[in-house]
Ligand binder design. Structure first.
Ligand SMILES: [Zn+2]
Length: 303
């Protein structure tokens, strides 16, 4: 059994409002299927479909304020209510308290400690990797968790060797915006196929997409719609390649944001968690908050 966790930063379940919520208008047939034929909205509620369970998930966890990236991601990767431990929702980058918790224990580390392989599948541009090394830029909680497990974060060379994917899946963004044109250009469908193939090398693989959160803060609305349609194409490739017997795919987020473009802050909405695979019913039992992911991943892989 193995797990592929697909993280999308800053997507929550919001109103069915075509003026502010890209989820209310995007053409995403595969995402609809994953939610039993529904759009990903607040009113959707818990849904079961042929291959998936769609679960509205609490990122607030009884701590007042707007959920933030560092504490949310650290919760997803430790199974501990991090905002409660540190006394606040904190982000975007992890503070000392969160970094020391991640250094002590996180799911990448646990998998490696069991003698299995774990990886963050994202590759990063040379300058960012350099800035991480020099401490000029802090890693996100997700990046920090992988780093603490001993993983060398993936680079341009890993993209060329098809060992990794960029955050925006297809390679297009690096060609256009970074001028790094030696990396392969994939269709969204091919990116989904590659993601599943790569995940088979690891007991636990995570892909993290963060542009959704940026668009949530800055817009424009149309870019949010585009990202969802792109992700829909990726998921079509993922589902065509994935065998429901091989383990679980988990899609989740750290807090709401992009479902309310125009409000530049995070929301306090639930986030979607989607569980795909034959073990999904066991996983979904009693599932309620972001802290519920790790204990279930642990049982699936190690019990
Ligand atoms: Zn975030």
């Amino acid at each position: 059994m193995h797990i592929l966790l697909l993280f999308l930063d800053g997507i929550g379940l919001g109103d069915d409002d075509p003026a502010v919520n890209p989820f209310a208008v995007a053409d995403t047939p595969t995402l609809f299927d994953l939610a039993g034929g529904h759009r990903w909205l607040r009113k959707t509620g818990l849904q079961e479909s042929d291959r998936a369970i769609f679960i509205p998930t609490d990122p607030r966890m009884n701590v007042p304020g707007r959920p933030q990236s560092a504490s949310g991601q650290a919760t997803i990767l430790t199974g501990t209510n991090i905002p409660q431990i540190i006394g606040e929702h904190y982000g975007p980058k992890p503070n000392e308290a969160i970094r020391s918790i991640l250094a002590e224990d996180n799911f990448f580390k646990r998998v490696v400690a069991r003698g299995e392989q774990a990886a963050l599948l994202d590759a990063y541009p040379p300058r960012l990797l350099h800035d991480f090394e020099r401490g000029k830029t802090l890693r996100s909680s997700i990046q920090q968790a992988a780093y603490e497990s001993g993983q060398r974060l993936f680079s341009t060379q890993d993209l060329i060797a098809r060992n990794a994917l960029i955050a925006e899946w297809t390679g297009d963004a690096w060609h256009k915006h970074l001028g790094i044109t030696e990396i392969p250009l994939l269709t969204p469908y091919e990116a989904g196929q590659l993601m599943v193939e790569l995940s088979r090398k690891y007991a636990f693989a995570l892909h993290s997409h963060w542009m959704t959160d940026l668009v949530g803060h800055r817009g424009p609305f149309e870019r949010g719609v585009e990202l969802l349609e792109l992700f829909d194409g990726v998921m079509t490739g993922v589902l065509d390649t994935w065998d429901d017997d091989e383990g679980l795919i988990i899609i989740t987020s750290d807090h709401g944001n992009m479902e309310e473009i125009g409000n530049r802050k995070h929301t306090e909405n639930d986030v979607p968690t989607v569980i795909i695979g034959n073990a999904r019913h066991t996983f979904a039992e009693g599932f309620n908050t972001l802290a519920d992911i790790v204990p279930r991943m642990e049982s699936l892989l190690f019990d």
